[in-house]
Ligand binder design. Structure first.
Ligand code: ADP
Length: 400
C-alpha cells in the first residue's frame, strides 16, 4: 500500500504551523512555521530530515504567498506524490460538528456561522482552507475541530445558569477546546493501562500555553474546564481562567475599561504572567520561584491549586476517578507541578512516585504514581497533528 501522508495546517491570524505526517505511524516527515505574515519580515521555517532551514518571504507576504511557497517546497523535496489529503485544525465547530468532516460549501458556511464564537481563530482557519483548496486542487480538505470531542457533554454540564433562551437564540453554552489532545491522550491511556472503554473514568490535563482539563467517562467527554471561549477554567500562561463575572461591570463602571480592554486584560495580561509580573513561560516562573521570587511562587501556587480543585470536582462529573493524565508542554515536562498537584489530591489516596515522576519528561510517557496509589497518575505526550492526519486519511478513504 502506498504511504498515506497528510499535510496538516494550523492557521492563525498572522502565522501558520504545518506538518506532513504519515497517518499510520505519526512519523513527522516535514514540519514548520510561517510567521509574521503581513509584516515587514515574514519567514517560513521548516525541519526536514533533521535539518532546520529558514526561508525569508517577500516583505508583507500573507497566507497565500506563504502557502504557495510551501507548495514549492513540497515539490522541491519530492513529498507531493504521497499526499492524500490536507487536514485543517479548526478551533470552533459550535454545535454543528461532532466529528471531523470533508470540507464542502455547506461545511464552509457552517464554520463561517460559528466565527462569531471564535472571532480570532475561525476566520484564520477559513482563510487557510480557502488558500489550501486552490493550492492543492487535487487533494480533499478535511476540517478537524477543537470542540468536536466535547459535543458528548450532557446538558447539565455544558449549560450556563443563564436564561435558557440565551442558549436557544444565541448558542451561549460551554463548548470546550483542546478536544483532539484530550481524545488522543485518553485513547493512549486506555491502551497503556489496559482500561475497559465501557468502564473507565479519566481526567486529562492538557497544560500548555492554554490549559484545560476534561472528564472522560467510557471514552467520552462529560465535562471540561474551557467554556464558550478558551478563556474559562484553569490559570494559564496569559489567561485568567475563572473569574467572578461581576468583574466585568466593575472594570467597566468603576475603572472605565472598554470591552476590548477587558478582553485584553483577561486573555493577554493575566494568568502566570499577570500574577508573577515576570513571564508567561512556566520554566521562567519555576526558576524565579526557586530563587525566591515571591510573585512567581504565588503564580505557581495558584496554578496548581486551581488545577487540583478542577480535577477533584471532575471526580463528581465522573462518579469516581481511575486515572489522571498530564500532557502539553507543562504537563509533559514539569515534574514540580505534577508533584504539587498530586500532593493536593492525596485525599483520593493518590501518591506520586518521586523517581518515576522525575523520569517522565521530554517526550517520555509513563506512570508517575506509586504502585499502591488509588488513582493512577501518568504522563502521555500529546500529538494533535497525528490525530488530524489520522482523521483526514480515514475520511478521505471513506469518501472515495
Ligand atoms: P502551546 O499551548 O503553545 O502548544 P506547549 O504545549 O508547547 O504550548 O507548552 C508551553 C509551556 O510549556 C510553556 O509554559 C513552557 O514554559 C512549558 N514547558 C516546556 N518545557 C518545560 C519544562 N521543562 N518545565 C516546565 N515547563 C515547561
Amino acid at each position: 500500500m502506498p504511504s498515506q501522508h497528510v499535510l496538516v495546517l494550523n492557521c492563525g491570524s498572522s502565522s501558520f504551523k504545518f506538518a506532513i505526517i504519515a497517518a499510520s505511524t505519526g512519523h513527522e516527515i516535514l514540519s514548520g512555521l510561517a510567521e509574521r505574515l503581513g509584516d515587514a519580515a515574514p519567514s517560513l521555517k521548516y525541519k526536514f530530515s533533521g535539518t532546520k532551514t529558514v526561508v525569508e518571504l517577500p516583505p508583507h507576504a500573507e497566507h497565500k504567498a506563504a502557502i504557495l511557497k510551501l507548495v514549492d517546497l513540497i515539490t522541491e523535496l519530492k513529498l507531493g506524490d504521497d499526499l492524500v489529503a490536507v487536514g485543517h485544525r479548526v478551533v470552533h465547530g459550535g454545535e454543528a460538528f461532532t466529528q471531523s468532516i470533508l470540507v464542502d460549501g455547506d461545511v464552509l458556511a457552517a464554520i463561517q456561522q460559528t466565527s462569531a464564537l471564535a472571532p480570532l481563530h475561525n476566520p484564520a482557519n477559513l482563510l487557510g482552507i480557502d488558500v489550501a483548496t486552490s493550492a492543492f486542487k487535487h487533494l480533499p480538505q478535511i476540517a478537524v475541530f477543537d470542540t468536536a470531542f466535547h459535543q458528548t457533554m450532557p446538558e447539565h454540564a455544558y449549560l450556563y445558569a443563564l436564561p435558557y433562551e440565551m442558549y436557544q437564540k444565541h448558542g451561549i453554552r460551554r463548548y470546550g477546546f483542546h478536544g483532539t489532545s484530550h481524545c488522543y491522550v485518553s485513547e493512549q491511556t486506555h491502551q497503556i493501562l489496559g482500561l475497559d472503554k465501557n468502564n473507565s473514568k479519566i481526567v486529562t490535563a492538557h497544560l500548555g500555553n492554554g490549559c484545560s482539563v476534561t472528564a472522560i467517562k467510557n471514552g467520552r467527554s462529560v465535562d471540561t474546564s474551557m467554556g464558550l471561549t478558551p478563556l474559562e477554567g484553569l490559570v494559564m500562561g496569559t489567561r485568567s481562567g475563572d473569574i467572578d463575572p461581576g468583574l466585568f461591570a466593575y472594570l467597566s463602571d468603576q475603572l472605565g475599561y472598554s470591552s476590548k480592554d477587558i478582553d485584553t486584560l483577561l486573555n493577554k495580561q493575566s494568568g502566570l504572567l499577570g500574577i508573577s509580573a515576570l513571564s508567561n513561560d512556566c520554566r521562567t516562573i519555576e526558576e524565579a520561584a526557586a530563587n525566591g521570587h515571591k510573585q512567581a511562587q504565588l503564580a505557581l501556587e495558584m496554578f496548581c491549586f486551581r488545577l487540583a480543585k478542577y480535577i477533584a470536582s471532575f471526580a463528581v462529573s465522573l462518579g469516581g476517578l481511575d486515572a489522571l493524565v498530564f500532557t502539553g508542554g507543562i504537563g509533559e515536562n514539569s515534574d514540580l507541578i505534577r508533584q504539587r498537584v498530586i500532593e493536593q489530591l492525596a485525599f483520593f489516596g493518590m501518591t506520586c512516585d518521586h523517581d518515576k515522576n522525575q523520569a517522565a519528561r521530554f517526550g517520555h510517557q509513563g506512570i508517575i504514581s506509586t504502585n499502591d496509589s488509588n488513582v493512577i497518575a501518568l504522563v502521555v505526550p500529546t500529538n494533535e497533528e497525528w490525530v488530524i492526519a489520522k482523521d483526514a486519511a480515514r475520511i478521505t478513504k471513506e469518501t472515495k
